[in-house]
Design a protein around this ligand. Sequence first.
Ligand code: SAM
Length: 245
Amino acid sequence: THFGFETVAEQDKQKKVGEVFHSVAQKYNIMNDVMSAGLHRLWKRFAVDVSGVGQGDKVLDIAGGSGDLSSLFAKKVGTQAAHNPGQVILTDINASMLGVGRDRMIDAGLTVPAAQCNAETLPFADESFHCVIVAFGLRNMTHKDNALREMQRVLKPGGRLLVLEFSKVWQPLEKLYDTYSFKLLPKLGKWIANDEPSYRYLAESIRMHPDQETLKQMMHDAGFAKVDYYNLTAGVVALHKGIKL
Ligand code: SAM
């Protein structure tokens, strides 16, 4: 990568992630509710609550998929307000996931444009947004450091990055959580979405993802200040927040 080339492993990961999300797109929302027993809705609401975003702000939803965060933020910033309307842009690398998200925005009557793009090379000008959110997306990115730097670049000074992602669970619960992720989760994927391999990939990608402190350091390295995190549901998920100074 030093010379701008991608290794075979990196290309494989990107291809695999593309296949997984193409495959799960249509069943994505119902699987989220079943797998998390509805908790993902609370985690997402919490992220919006601590974002500090208000009326008239501009928000970028990265790896936004089926658009849960975009629709919550659209209400928060008032995309349809007559005075000082805010703006939310839904983005994702995967056309199938983005298609589901775009249709949901239209069905809900929300004014949220959708753009297909890779988080590692964002097609937005420097200092464009008050808030950037990436929910359950960073884990799937090949070059997380590049993606974090891009997020920093497109934020306005004082803007916030929020990273909602699976993380390291409280140690006494580790065994139970492993059993759930590696035994039950792929079966749920099989029964509900007829797709066991994608949900096995999900369990593996969660295990590989950096823990709370490592991600905090990565955000510092990408130029964020005042980085901190909240553990949600005993660390099953963490919400990291950083500021661009
Ligand atoms: N944010 C949504 C949510 O919380 O429900 C969707 C999360 S979904 C688990 C992960 C998304 O990350 C997928 O839609 C996938 O296409 C997207 N993704 C993976 N790699 C990406 C990249 N390099 N750039 C942008 N999106 C990416």
